[in-house]
Design a binder for this molecule. Structure first.
Ligand code: 13P
Ligand code: SF4
Length: 317
């Protein structure tokens, strides 16, 4: 896209946003040009919170489908739009609601804690939703002997079990992006840059978590990179976060951790990159594609999401 076209598109986006009292909220993994035009950017917890408190009439949620669904569930009176509504999530897809229901039925007496990376149908079967920013603290808010099912991310579940002394029953799901970081390539990078700190999202495999200096949500990794005295970071999460890291710490050096299976130096979530400036513009022109969640499901799914937001606020997260 030529620069002049890009500027024209951005001007029309601004004009239509005003006309419709619309806002653009974007996840840190979105394309840089989307992050640059967003009214707010954040991790999945922040986006849910910002949507819940928004006074806009129209929310353009630039993320993947489950994030837009969460906003739609929290804001039933608003028009919530996902510019590319087909932007899925391999982790959410790894947990079909009918199979999850069977899993729950096979573990009677268990509290069901689900990661936000799930469909509205799975959230409707859940007692409390969590994100990577609050999962540990919410799990630990239950008594040590509470029987808990945790889904769908086995890596995040194993990580919380290991640091909190729990023995939660785990659903066997994973994110195809975070699972494919190469330990060997990360250790090679560390040899070349011994002063670099390794940052890892808890959706990464255990072998990566064990070598990380900091494990946390995208927001926690961002905060660490800014606050830590180190100057270099090897970043084992989707490489889109590096845009905001560089913006907030322009003098620091961020090295994307490479995946196993490609010559490519960084690891991108293709779903997250489905949103473009052009489809953001089109969605503002047509006020579509609108994210509609069945009312029955939305009313059930809202309870564990609001529970998460309330517990998080009480815990100061
Ligand atoms: P965050 O909770 O860190 O935003 O992660 C969401 C996600 O999709 C990670 O892949
Ligand atoms: Fe889903 Fe993984 Fe993409 Fe996050 S990075 S949206 S968990 S597929």
């Amino acid at each position: 896209m030529m620069d002049v076209d890009k500027d024209t598109i951005i001007d029309e986006i601004k004009h239509l946003k005003e006309k419709h009292n619309a806002v653009i909220y974007a996840h840190y993994y979105q394309r840089p040009e989307i992050q640059n035009i967003a009214d707010a950017i954040g991790d999945s917890l922040a986006l849910a919170r910002i949507a819940q408190n928004s006074d806009a009439d129209v929310i353009i949620l630039c993320g993947v489908n489950f994030m837009a669904e969460t906003a739609a569930i929290l804001c039933p009176d608003k028009i919530v739009i996902c510019p590319d509504i087909t932007a899925g999530c391999s982790l959410a897809d790894s947990c079909p609601a009918d199979k999850f229901k069977e899993f729950i039925n096979n573990h009677p007496g268990h509290t069901v804690i689900s990661y936000v990376n799930t469909s509205a149908d799975v959230k409707a079967l859940t007692d409390v939703v969590v994100t990577s920013s609050n999962a540990r603290q919410i799990v630990e808010s239950f008594p040590l002997d509470e029987k808990i099912i945790f889904g769908p991310d086995r890596n995040l579940g194993n990580y919380i079990n290991s640091i909190s002394g729990r023995n939660m029953v785990l659903w066997d799901g994973a994110c195809h992006v975070h699972e494919k970081f190469s330990l060997e390539k990360i250790l090679n990078l560390k040899k070349q840059h011994p002063d670099a700190k390794i940052l890892a999202h808890p959706e990464c495999r255990k072998s990566i978590i064990l070598v990380a200096d900091k494990v946390g949500s995208t927001q926690a990794l961002l905060n660490y990179a800014i606050d830590n005295e180190a100057n270099k970071f090897i970043v084992a999460t989707e490489s889109g976060i590096i845009h905001e890291m560089k913006r907030l710490a322009p003098d620091k050096h961020f090295i994307p951790a490479p995946p196993d299976d490609a010559d490519c130096a960084c690891n991108e979530c293709s779903y997250m990159k489905q949103n473009t400036l052009v489809n953001v513009l089109n969605s503002l022109r047509s006020l579509s594609p609108r994210v509609i969640v069945d009312k029955n499901i939305a009313d059930k799914a809202r309870i564990p999401i609001e529970r998460m937001l309330n517990i998080s606020s009480k815990l100061g997260l």
